[in-house]
Write a protein that binds this ligand. Structure first.
Ligand code: ZN
Length: 198
């Protein structure tokens, strides 16, 4: 099996993590269910967050998954999400908040000075936890910002879609151009044929 690149949607990391649950015509998929895909996703996040030294382990993947389910629960609350397709196994928002806080505090980080090979001072990030847990903590930290801040988090309402996105401009209605097209086709179908478009 070759390592496939994991597709990202250009969303902030906490939203990308929520969107590791995605759907197509075959049904709902979970990128984190496949160990190789999960590791690929983790590697991408580690690089994106400036912590590429985080060698992923089972503990970090378990925590990442728990954080994902907690974030989807809180996103559902924040977006009044009533899409039936996929709901988080975490349904208690207080429990979800505790999972996010746990993840954020599992590997606190701070900045430190180090000398590079040429003797110049460079800034490095240190952590009490493993480098892998620091990656999970960094995603949790961003999630705190996102959920407590003014970001306009939305659930994509295109037929069958289970993704979330941050609305950056007022006209954006869908997670992707593909969903926008499908939603328009569904609307057209309903108008001309009535009933439900599948
Ligand atoms: Zn969508």
């Amino acid at each position: 099996m070759t390592t496939e690149a994991v597709e990202l949607g250009g969303e902030p990391w906490p939203v990308e993590l929520m969107n590791t649950v995605w759907a197509d015509r075959q049904g709902v998929h979970d990128t984190l269910d496949d160990p190789e895909q999960a590791r690929a996703w983790f590697g991408g996040a580690a690089r994106g967050l400036g912590r590429p030294d985080g060698t992923v382990d089972d503990e970090a993947l378990r925590r990442l998954r728990a954080l994902r389910d907690a974030l989807r629960c809180l996103a559902a609350e924040a977006t009044a999400d009533d899409r039936p397709t996929w709901t988080s196994p975490v349904t208690d928002a207080d429990q979800a908040v505790a999972v996010v806080n746990d993840a954020a505090s599992a590997a606190p980080t701070w900045s430190a000075l180090e000398r590079d090979e040429g003797g110049a001072l460079v800034r490095v990030t240190r952590s009490h936890g493993s480098a892998a847990l620091a990656v999970v903590a960094a995603v949790a930290e961003q999630a705190v910002d996102l959920l407590a801040g003014s970001a306009d988090l939305r659930a994509c309402r295109a037929p069958g879609c289970v993704l979330y996105f941050v609305r950056q401009h007022a006209r954006r209605e869908w997670c992707s151009a593909g969903c926008g097209n499908r939603a328009r086709v569904a609307r057209h179908y309903r108008r001309h044929h009535g009933g439900q478009f599948e």
